[in-house]
Design a protein around this ligand. Structure first.
Ligand SMILES: C[S@@+](CC[C@H](N)C(=O)[O-])C[C@H]1O[C@@H](n2cnc3c(N)ncnc32)[C@H](O)[C@@H]1O
Length: 270
C-alpha cells in the first residue's frame, strides 16, 4: 500500500512494507532520513505549515516538482518502469510546448525524440539541442528522427558532434533552457570504452546550471555498472550537494538492493 505521511518539516512517501524505500535528497537542509526498515523517503523543504498526521495530501503537494509522477516512481521502485521512462514522464510535467531543451548525450536519439514531442507544436518555437561526442551517435539520432518525425519537427532539432561541456557554444545566450538531460555511460550497441567521464560531466553540469531558467530541470540517468560509473555518480552527487537549497531542489532515486540499477538524479531550479 502506498500512502503519504506528513512530518513537521517534510513531505514524505512511505510504503507499508518491509522494504527500504531508497529515496535520498541531496539538498543540504531539511533532509529526512527514516531509520525504520519499513519506510524510507524523499523529502522536500517545507513550503507552508500543515498539521502532522494529516492523511490527505497537503495543498503544497500539487506544486511540488514531483507532483504527477508519484505512481511512476512507485512503478520504478517495483521494477515496472525503467529509469529512462521515469525521466521521460517527469519531463512531461516540466517541459512546455515552445521550450528550449538540451539532450546532452543524444546517443541513439530516443531521449531527443521524447524531448521533441514535448516542445513541438504548430508555433514552431520549440527547440531541441542534441550533443554527442561520437559522430556515430549523432548519425543514429538523425536516422531515428528521419524515420519518425515530419520535416517541420525535424527543423526544431539541432544536432552537434561535440562534448557536452561546450554546450554554451551552441545554445544562444538568450535561450530559455527548461531542461538539460544527461543519459550517462556508453552508447548501447557500440564501443563500451567510450563513456561519459566525470571530468567533462562536471563541466557540462556547471554549464547547465548557468543556462537553465527558473522552474527548469537537470535530469540525469547515471549508470554505475560500467568501469568509472560509480566515480561519475559521486561527481554528480558532489555537484548536487553544492547547489544552494534556496535555488535548487535536488533528489536521487536509487535501488539499494539492486546495486547495478541506473540511478536517477533530478535537480530542479526554483
Ligand atoms: C547512454 S548513451 C545515451 C543514450 C541516448 N540518450 C539515447 O536516448 O539513446 C551515452 C552517450 O553519451 C555520449 N557521450 C560520452 N561522452 C560524451 C561527452 N563528453 N559529450 C557528449 N556526449 C558524450 C556517448 O557517445 C553515448 O552516445
Amino acid at each position: 500500500m502506498f500512502s503519504l505521511r506528513i512530518w513537521s518539516q517534510s513531505l514524505s512517501f512511505s510504503l507499508h512494507r518491509k522494504t527500504l524505500f531508497p529515496f535520498t535528497v541531496l539538498s543540504n537542509t531539511n533532509v529526512s532520513r527514516f531509520a525504520s526498515s519499513s519506510c524510507c523517503a524523499v523529502s522536500f523543504q517545507k513550503k507552508e505549515n500543515f498539521s502532522a498526521h494529516n492523511d490527505s495530501p497537503p495543498s503544497f503537494f500539487k506544486d511540488s516538482p514531483l507532483s504527477g509522477v508519484e505512481n511512476d516512481l512507485v512503478n520504478y521502485v517495483f521494477g515496472k518502469k525503467k529509469a529512462t521512462e521515469v525521466a521521460h514522464l517527469l519531463w512531461k510535467h516540466v517541459v512546455q510546448k515552445g521550450d528550449t531543451v538540451i539532450d546532452a548525450t543524444c546517443g541513439n536519439g530516443y531521449d531527443t525524440l521524447a524531448m521533441l514531442k514535448l516542445v513541438a507544436d504548430e508555433s514552431g518555437l520549440g527547440c531541441v539541442y542534441g550533443l554527442d561526442i561520437q559522430r556515430e551517435a549523432v548519425g543514429s539520432t538523425a536516422s531515428l528522427l528521419n524515420e519518425t518525425v515530419n520535416e517541420a519537427e525535424k527543423g526544431l532539432v539541432k544536432l552537434f558532434n561535440m562534448c557536452h561541456s561546450r554546450m554554451e557554444e551552441v545554445v544562444p545566450i538568450n535561450a530559455s533552457v527548461r531542461l538539460v538531460a544527461f543519459n550517462l555511460g556508453y552508447l548501447p550497441g557500440s564501443d563500451k570504452t567510450v563513456t561519459t567521464k566525470p571530468e567533462t560531466t562536471i563541466l557540462a553540469l556547471e554549464a547547465a546550471e548557468r543556462i537553465l531558467i527558473r522552474d527548469g530541470l537537470i535530469s540525469m540517468v547515471v549508470y554505475v555498472g560500467h568501469s568509472g560509473g560509480r566515480e561519475e555518480l559521486e561527481t554528480v552527487e558532489a555537484f548536487a550537494h553544492r547547489l544552494s537549497v534556496d535555488n535548487w531542489i535536488c533528489c536521487k532515486f536509487q535501488m539499494l538492493n539492486r546495486p547495478l540499477a541506473p540511478v536517477l538524479v533530478f535537480l530542479f531550479k526554483r
